[in-house]
Ligand binder design. Sequence first.
Ligand code: TRP
Length: 339
Amino acid sequence: MQEQNNIQEPKKRMLSGIQPSGDLHLGNYLGAIKNWADRVNDYECYYFMADLHTITVRQDPADLRRRSINQLAQYIACGLDPEKNVLFLQSHVPAHSQLAWVLNCYTMFGELSRMTQFKDKSAKYANNINAGLFTYPVLMAADILLYQPDYVPVGEDQKQHVEICRDIAQRFNSIYGDVFKIPEPLIAKTGARIYGLTTPDAKMSKSIPDGCVFLMDSPDDIRRKFKRAVTDSDTEHCVRFDKENKPGVSNLMNIYATLTGKTIPEIEQEFEGKGYGVFKPAVGEVVVEHLRPIREEAERLMKDKAYLNDVYIAGAEKASYIAGKTLRKVYKKVGFYQI
Ligand code: TRP
């Protein structure tokens, strides 16, 4: 009995990634990274820069390189401690590409054809509908399954990808036995979805820079973006949460609530009788002050190449160790002759 008390329950494992296809913004931070940082003590966490995924769409090589390393610095500045989380670049761990190939052979053409993101992206990049765009979910399944995580925190838009990952894993397991843990998607509730400041019906995105607050934006840029935030065309001009009819105001309220910890009714009360002219700059100011230390720390880290170097090498080593174990098991199961 005594002995059992000493046996600690292993921590549940969590994994997620963001593509360095654009600079990190408030949507990435509030929807993902901030929650990741808060979970560090309760989970064993793996977070990576999904650089392999970015080339499904053409990238400028110099920009991709710069954004990948800056994203690592910004992850750390947002509170992801590299001593407590495994932080790495996807392309530094070859097992991702290796497992993706195997899983390609256990994924059906039909199920990939039904992916909404593929349909959207092939419409958007009609002159470059490459095979990578089509098999993107298979690489993502490999990213996940290599680490045997319990949970995969993602935005609503990635839920379908986690579902296909589960289907692929189940299919593989049904043939070869319990090789993969079946992961659960984890869709955050508060602050999960931050919309563009100029397009409150679409999620915040780098492709609409006027409505997108980048983590590295200067305070003046942030203030300007909030001043120009789209509110609503209704005549009541009051700060009231109503996602349907007042998406712009509701989005700003959501940002304000997430950063201050205030509830929606408290915010409605705070701004009662004060128009948008008071409300918008107030939200901007809260964002400026919240992002200030993050930006300053990221700027410092981005210059410290030696430190970042140590972090990504240590991260790739730890990740490769875990990923390698799963890959070897898979290779053995499918019948590859072992060295
Ligand atoms: N597809 C994800 C996105 O665009 C990024 C990603 C790649 C990811 N591999 C992953 C997220 C594995 C979670 C787990 O947002």
